[in-house]
Design a binder for this molecule. Structure first.
Ligand SMILES: *Cc1c(COP(=O)(O)O)cnc(C)c1O
Length: 467
């Protein structure tokens, strides 16, 4: 059997990687100089690298390995499905058991009124589907001019042309001609960085009301939908003030526009409920799913569609789909993943055991001199680093300089925490135990201590002067 050898020395693997492999969201030249870290195996919440380190993965890969690594049940589900029916399409009036079973299961897990699923290969693809679906919905209802989708700056909805346009990452928009027309962005509800002198409550209302202002300016008859993550993930785990979502819901209802909840991170237990929409108490029309749907064991995404929208879309021929929409192996693996989440009551454990336990320990990190704010919902949390807690000041150095230093200290201490600007974020596998949470917190604190020493030594504990 042909195998990809793990036996080469690390530096040879790194040289081959640098020679042939282009990495996503990476400065290729810089990485080639430094050499990528080679991950070889994983089990539970633990990664092994090619140098024999054992690393606690507090990011669950890329927010996706909800049931943890190394579950052979998923490997077996994939093998069985590959033997039986490795592939067939769902385009030409055909279907297969895995797609039927998974769509039924998702309808059962989703809130009432969600009974239909359109499958994709990823979250990006699913949001591309959503963009076309909401516009098709309004066109089918005789309102083709309703084609503007409102989103938020610093949102992440994927990296394809459509989903990258829906997202609000300025660094992405700068490359390759994004955004496409008729996507409109409003500000995000990030009180820590942008709230100024307002209370969080007042700020949450102000940011929500930007939606109403945008709808009025664009013309209510032109707005198709608002898309948002219940809690922004890649933007830095931005947990909105409590006043935010109820006000957004009021505005969405008032103007009768569609609400797309991008649940790619929040879905499947991350926030302590099956869906983040339940945690923030909103009623979306479409929910984007991917990542935790298969715990990352297979690439799969989808749009879970409410009855009202599904009925209209099903009344026309929707000229859209992917070769791998409803891929049988991915569906079989996702089903097995959902079975484990249910049978082992993993979502409940996040809500009642591991979530509250991590919250207590994580929020206690706010006493660290570098940490201005430590906030967490379920098992997704964020530390805002600052040189001055009282004023919530930014560092004088370019945003991300300090976050990067902290992340390097985490790596050196065998902990994967990611930085977004100068926020440190976590999103560990949902199966993390209390003992492992203790290790995570201990390593995080040690890394923060070392980071602080470095900042002092390098004269980086300076506050940016407002320009
Ligand atoms: C990761 C992510 C996506 C994109 O999913 P891909 O599978 O990487 O295409 C979309 N939305 C959110 C909220 C995400 O976190």
């Amino acid at each position: 059997m042909a195998m990809i050898s793990n036996q080469l020395p690390t530096d040879e693997l790194q040289a081959l990687d640098a020679a042939h492999h282009m990495h996503p969201f990476t400065h290729g030249g810089e990485l080639a100089q430094k050499g990528a870290r080679v991950i070889t195996r994983a089990d539970g919440v633990w990664l092994n690298d090619s140098d024999g380190n054992r690393i606690l993965d507090a990011m669950a890969g890329l927010w996706c390995v909800n049931i943890g690594y190394g579950r052979s049940e998923l490997a077996q589900a994939a093998a069985r499905q590959m033997e039986e029916l490795p592939y067939y399409n769902t385009f030409f009036q055909t279907t297969h058991v895995p797609a039927i079973a998974l769509s039924q299961k998702l309808a059962e897990l989703a809130p009432d009124g969600f009974n239909q699923v359109f499958f994709a290969g990823s979250g990006s693809e699913a949001n591309d589907t959503n963009l076309r679906m909401v516009r098709t919905y309004w066109a089918a209802k005789g309102q083709p001019e309703r084609n503007v989708v409102i989103s938020r700056w610093n949102a992440y909805h994927g990296s394809s042309v459509g989903s990258g346009s829906l997202g609000g990452m300025k660094g992405m928009h700068m490359q390759g001609g994004l955004p496409i027309p008729d996507i409109h962005h409003i500000d995000q509800p990030d009180w820590w960085s942008e709230g100024g002198d307002m209370t969080p409550e007042a700020f949450g209302l102000e940011r929500a009301r930007q939606l109403e202002t945008a709808i009025k300016e664009l013309g209510p008859e032109r707005v198709a939908a608002f898309i948002a993550e219940p809690i922004q993930g890649a933007g830095g785990v931005i947990i909105p003030p409590d006043s935010y979502w109820p006000e957004v819901q009021r505005i969405v209802d008032k103007y009768g526009i569609l609400l797309i909840a991008d649940e790619v991170i929040c879905g499947f237990g991350r926030t302590g409920n099956w869906f983040g929409s339940q945690t923030v108490n909103i009623r979306p029309h479409i929910m984007t799913v991917a990542k935790g749907l298969s715990s990352g064991y297979q690439p799969i995404g989808g749009s879970i569609v409410c009855d009202e929208v599904a009925e209209v879309i099903n009344s026309v021929e929707f000229n859209h789909g992917y070769t791998y929409s409803g891929h049988p192996v991915a569906c079989a693996v996702a089903l097995e993943n959902l079975r484990i989440l249910e049978d082992e009551q993993i979502v409940q454990r996040v809500a009642t055991e591991t979530g509250p336990y991590l919250k207590e320990k994580f929020e206690a990190l706010a006493d660290h001199p570098l940490v201005g704010e430590a906030r967490i919902v379920g098992l997704m949390g964020s530390l805002a680093l600052t040189p001055d807690k009282k004023t919530r000041a930014a560092f004088e150095a370019d945003a991300g300089t300090v976050g990067f230093i902290c992340r390097e200290r985490c790596f050196a201490n065998n902990l994967v925490m990611r930085h977004v600007g100068d926020r440190m974020i976590i999103s560990p596998p949902l199966v993390i135990s209390k003992d492992e949470i203790d290790i995570l917190i201990e390593r995080a604190r040690k890394s923060l201590d070392e980071c602080l020493e470095r900042l002092k030594a390098d004269g980086l504990m300076k506050t940016r002067v407002a320009s």
